[in-house]
Design a protein around this ligand. Structure first.
Ligand SMILES: NC(=O)c1ccc[n+]([C@@H]2O[C@H](COP(=O)([O-])OP(=O)(O)OC[C@H]3O[C@@H](n4cnc5c(N)ncnc54)[C@H](O)[C@@H]3O)[C@@H](O)[C@H]2O)c1
Length: 447
């Protein structure tokens, strides 16, 4: 059988992948049932609620395009930390020659801070970026409903909560929308625009246009756990962690991923971001998850051992003081080998090709599920989400694009094999089966 080469990309193939990305970026702006001529709501003043990591980056993105920003936090010290973060980020850009002193002054002049929610009454748009907690977000949206002027767009930067449940606490669900920025928000080019059941067309059109004016690619998603990006990402990380239990060490998984084209492997990424990101949510979910499938809690165990990543000097790798170079850590590797034994798994040698297939095909299968449910509008929207927000290798063109290149019959055959070996996580998407039956590819679904 012909074996697809995941690791070497010819110049021709590279040029085609780049052309695909360009097409995908242009297509994403088009929403079939929202004409490009839809009148937009004016956006001159934006309030950003929560001056944390995301709120300060979002404020910078807005100020960079000349919009007035009111940054709101619950208390003075948190607000001051946020405003300081904005200043520090601009100072870094200035030092790197990415912006002039006068631009920096202009931007800083556009960002004001407040701890009074009532001060946002003139905002044309609000972007909420408080902690990822449904109760907290709902209480913020109840306040917004009371304070904001009629017609103000009320956006949430939630990473995956149900936007409809947030909209439901207001009297104006038509004005509520998801605006999922990526970290750092003033740098990352992706904006997922999340359409709620009641979100009005001009709200979507305005937010997509605002993203474009910020220099970002706006991609429309419907409500689904994790929307487009994090839905696929769950499959990617899950398999990477299973691979480690099955026999591959973190540096082996990372080596295959970088050979595939990622700038960094997933375990280096975990160590950079902190293994404790989302830890509480994860621990809460552990109590109620279905027992019809395999789970993996290595990352929780690492946190319990104090292996939080770079910030604690050890995680999936170990780090020397003041240096971010990951080094293999015999202590961690011993722990992993013991864990496999504890679970009853006989560790085996895992090829680079298997590593890539398991990390990639879970994303492709999930992407097909998103398409069949209309969560993503078109395959290329998933590709551009991955290229701009998740570091997917540009030379590979995106998960759906590479699936067509491999050939869907081959992809489905492998997924069916994984399904028989590993169970329910790998249940093939019915759209994938249908395409194969009809001799079609994802490209045939493009519009
Ligand atoms: N960090 C990321 O990589 C990332 C990426 C995309 C989306 N998000 C989402 O963005 C949101 C914010 O995440 P973050 O990482 O910036 O969190 P963060 O902890 O850095 O910031 C949250 C801020 O909200 C403030 N806050 C809390 N309660 C408040 C209230 N009642 N009124 C006003 N401000 C309040 C806090 O003081 C804090 O400054 C979350 O929903 C998260 O899921 C995060």
């Amino acid at each position: 059988m012909h074996h697809f080469d995941f690791f070497n990309v010819s110049d021709d193939a590279l040029a085609r992948a780049k052309a695909h990305a360009k097409m995908a970026a242009e297509k994403a702006a088009h929403v079939p049932d929202i004409p490009l001529t839809t009148p937009l709501r004016p956006v001159q003043q934006v309030a950003v609620i929560g001056a944390g990591t995301m709120g300060s980056g979002i404020a910078m993105s807005l100020a960079n395009m000349g919009v007035n920003v009111l940054l709101v936090d619950a208390d003075a010290p948190s607000l001051q930390r946020g405003l300081q973060r904005v200043k520090d980020n601009y100072a870094t850009s200035l030092k790197r020659g990415k912006l002039t002193q006068s631009d920096m002054d202009k931007c800083l002049g556009l960002i004001q801070g407040t701890v009074q929610m009532t001060n946002i009454q003139n905002a044309d748009m609000v972007i909420e970026a408080v902690y990822e907690d449904m109760g907290l977000k709902q209480s913020i949206f109840r306040q917004l409903d009371e304070v904001c002027k009629p017609g103000a767009i009320l956006a949430t930067n939630t990473s995956g909560l149900d936007v409809d449940q947030i909209a439901a606490v207001t009297q104006r669900p038509q004005d509520v929308v998801g605006a999922h920025f990526f970290s750092p928000a003033h740098v990352m080019r992706l904006l997922e625009v999340v359409r709620g059941a009641a979100t009005s067309n001009d709200v979507i059109a305005t937010l997509m246009d605002l993203g474009r004016r910020m220099g970002k690619i706006s991609v429309l998603a419907k409500i689904y756990p994790g929307f487009i990006g994090n839905a696929l990402f769950r499959n990617y990380t899950r398999e990477a962690h299973f691979l480690v239990e099955d026999g591959a060490l973190p540096h082996e998984v990372d080596a295959a991923l970088t050979r595939f084209g990622y700038a960094m492997g997933i375990f280096v990424v975990h160590d950079m971001g902190g293994n404790d990101v989302g830890l509480q949510t994860r621990k809460a979910q552990m109590a109620t998850r279905p027992n019809d499938r395999r789970w993996n809690d290595l990352i929780v165990k690492l946190c319990d051992m104090g292996r939080l990543g770079q910030k604690s000097g050890k995680g999936w790798y170990r780090y020397e003081a003041g240096d971010r170079t990951p080094h293999r850590d015999p202590e961690l590797e011993k722990f992993i080998v013991e864990e496999s034994a504890r679970i009853g798994l006989t560790r085996r040698i895992i090829s680079e090709t298997e590593i890539i297939k398991r990390c990639l095909y879970g994303m492709i299968n999930e992407g097909a599920k998103l398409l069949e449910q209309g969560i993503a509008l078109r395959p290329s929207d998933i590709d551009i989400t991955y290229l701009t927000g998740y570091g997917f290798p540009a030379r590979q063109g995106g998960p759906m694009y590479i699936a067509d290149k491999i050939g869907l019959p081959q992809v489905l055959a492998d997924i069916e094999k994984f399904y028989s070996e590993y169970g329910v996580w790998w249940q093939p998407a019915s759209l994938l089966q249908k395409l194969v039956k009809n001799g079609q590819s994802f490209a045939d679904l493009q519009h």
